[in-house]
Design a protein around this ligand. Structure first.
Ligand SMILES: Nc1ncnc2c1ncn2[C@@H]1O[C@H](COP(=O)(O)OP(=O)(O)OP(=O)(O)O)[C@@H](O)[C@H]1O
Ligand SMILES: [Mg+2]
Length: 259
């Protein structure tokens, strides 16, 4: 289970984020970056944050702790910005928080060389999860105490905005890595692919999917229960990871074309 905390103070909006995430203080005295279920992409973005963030953590990446955050909209009463007020009122109840990394800086490929292994692993993860938000313009990576931390997975798994073609079809989607911030650094994908594929089994997938609260999966058109939606995500990953994996070959080709 993810921990649950209650937001006690709305500190400030993080204006660089398109979804207007906010910085909040919680009843455990922690500070969290709050992702609101009432924001543009709604609860789907929160589902993607949990699934991809917790999968990444289990594959050895550094990801800030994810917590569930109870929000009482009255918290924003003193907030002068109407846009923030509205967002808080639309987001009553359970939202997602990321542990705030104080003093972290945005990843700058000119300032820090992540090394060929981390770079290849990260590209593999993003291609697996169809995360298009890791370009050099907007890498969604933070550097904290000299390490690279992954944030902002809300746009990944985009097929869940319309399940029409089904999870197996979604698993065939191509992934364009030509803009990926890690492309200039990445080493070969063969060993990374072998190692990471072996780690993502049915148990790990079930563990990660169980962390998504039922209420973010309920009343999904075409699905009877939250567990049916979880099964569809599991089917996506299983199909995507089944050999041969054309998206891994595509990563290798994109890398080769650049070197
Ligand atoms: N855990 C964290 N610790 C410190 N700063 C963070 C953290 N999470 C996010 N931020 C800061 O807030 C900004 C916005 O967060 P994030 O990228 O998750 O939001 P978004 O609305 O999804 O953004 P985008 O504009 O990329 O869609 C980040 O670029 C980063 O500067
Ligand atoms: Mg972002």
């Amino acid at each position: 289970m993810l921990r649950t905390v209650t937001a006690t103070r709305y500190v400030t909006p993080l204006r660089e984020g398109g979804s207007l995430p906010g910085l909040v203080e919680a009843d455990d005295l922690g500070m969290y970056v709050l992702k609101f279920h009432g924001a543009g992409q709604g609860r789907k973005a929160l589902v993607a944050e949990v699934v991809v963030g917790e999968l990444a953590r289990r594959l050895g990446f550094r990801v800030p702790e994810l917590v569930l955050v109870e929000v009482d909209p009255e918290m924003g009463k003193a907030e002068p910005d109407e846009e923030v007020q509205d967002l808080l009122y639309r987001s009553a109840g359970r939202n997602l928080g990321l542990d705030y990394l104080p003093g972290s800086l945005g990843f700058d490929p000119l300032a820090l060389d992540p090394g060929p292994d981390l770079a290849a692993r990260l590209m593999w993860l993003d291609a697996l999860t169809l995360n298009v938000d890791r370009s050099w313009r907007n890498p969604n990576l933070l550097v904290w105490h000299g390490d690279v931390w992954l944030i902002d997975h809300g746009a990944a798994l985009y097929f869940h905005h319309s399940w029409g073609g089904g999870p197996a079809k979604a698993a065939t989607h191509g992934y364009d890595a030509s803009d990926h911030v890690m492309l200039p650094f990445a080493g070969e994908f063969e060993s990374v692919d072998r190692e990471l594929t072996a780690l993502v089994g049915p148990d790990l997938l079930a563990e990660v999917l169980c962390l998504v609260p039922d209420e973010w999966l309920a009343d999904e058109p075409g699905f009877a229960t939250p567990d049916d939606v979880r099964a569809a995500y599991a089917e996506y990953f299983t199909a995507r990871l089944a050999a041969p994996r054309p998206w891994v070959r595509a990563l290798e080709e994109t890398r080769a074309a650049r070197v």
